[in-house]
Design a protein around this ligand. Structure first.
Ligand code: 1HE
Length: 259
């Protein structure tokens, strides 16, 4: 198993699922430089036996975003470089090759929302709230939010969130697509595990295509998107595993869609 020496995060294997926890509960899992380095390391080299990653926060909050205590005194060039360390780390979350299911509760704010939106499936508890207090703090997003959050909720809504600092509650976040599942209090991690185990049963190449090809196709023009889709389909659909799985369905050995 890949070993990481972690101070701001936890990592444990549960079957095929790597469970990764943000672990600065005293600071509401505010993301400092060490945590960014650890996110980058863990998502770049997850344990070899992992098929899916579940991400969660220790304590009552997912994450209070950027650690403001480290950020106060940075100059312009330093802030740009710092922002790009976040881009690299969150790129590994989104495109590292393994699907990431995130369990959300409490504060999912600023950089915490940027991290959550780099993941693929999000499960929220009723305590979850989403906010972009950047305007109030006199800063801007820097962890990819202007791309990823805006893709989900629209640039207009994101502008509104940054201008007003308004917090959306769990139900509103669900309606906006910030979460995909809304569960009871204390139930997000268990639901995330259930979904992760289900995803772990999928064909790896299909999963890889879903997390790597789809967001890139989304950024393409219509014709290029369709062309890329057909290439990806050619690659995925002609794999031995695809043939086996289609045969299993046709010979009535596989579960039906929706079951
Ligand atoms: C922090 C941070 C932080 C808490 N950086 N230390 N993020 C924000 O603007 C959110 C700031 N945090 C909050 O609004 C609140 O802490 C919460 C709503 C998340 C939680 O409230 P609460 O009452 O449970 O906790 P608390 O008492 O405010 O905080 C507990 C401790 O965590 C306290 O430290 P202590 O030493 O006094 O115990 C807080 O200072 C500390 N703490 N949040 C540093 N964010 C790449 S660009 C991304 C841009 C952004 O992320 S902007 C959003 C920044």
């Amino acid at each position: 198993m890949t070993t990481h020496s972690l101070t701001c995060m936890t990592l444990e294997m549960r079957g095929p699922v790597a469970v990764v926890g943000l672990h600065r509960p005293d600071k509401r899992n505010a993301i400092n430089d060490t945590m960014i380095d650890e996110i980058h390391a863990v998502f770049s080299a997850p344990p070899k036996e992992a098929r899916v990653i579940v991400l969660h926060g220790h304590g009552p909050h997912f994450s209070a975003g950027l650690d403001l205590s480290e950020h106060r005194d940075r100059g312009a060039f330093e802030v740009m470089m710092h922002s790009q360390t976040w881009h690299r780390a969150f790129h590994q979350v989104q495109m590292g090759g393994l699907p990431v299911v995130t369990a959300l509760k409490g504060a999912v704010v600023g950089g915490g929302l940027e991290l959550a939106t780099a993941s693929h499936v999000r499960v929220a508890e009723p305590s979850t709230f989403y906010a972009l207090p950047e305007g109030q703090r006199g800063i801007f997003v820097g962890g990819g939010g202007s791309v990823r959050i805006a893709r989900i909720i629209g640039a207009g809504r994101m502008t509104e969130m940054m201008l007003t600092g308004h917090a959306y509650n769990a139900q509103e976040g669900q309606a906006m697509g910030l979460s995909h599942y809304l569960v009871g209090e204390g139930e997000a991690l268990a639901k995330a595990m259930e979904l992760a185990e289900r995803i772990a049963g999928n064909a790896p190449l299909s999963v890889y295509a879903a997390i790597n090809a789809l967001p890139r196709i989304h950024d393409m023009a219509h014709a290029e998107g369709l062309y890329t889709e057909s290439l990806m389909a050619a690659l995925v659909q002609t794999s031995g595993e695809a043939r086996d799985r289609m045969r299993d369905f046709l010979e009535k050995r596989a579960p039906k869609a929706g079951s």
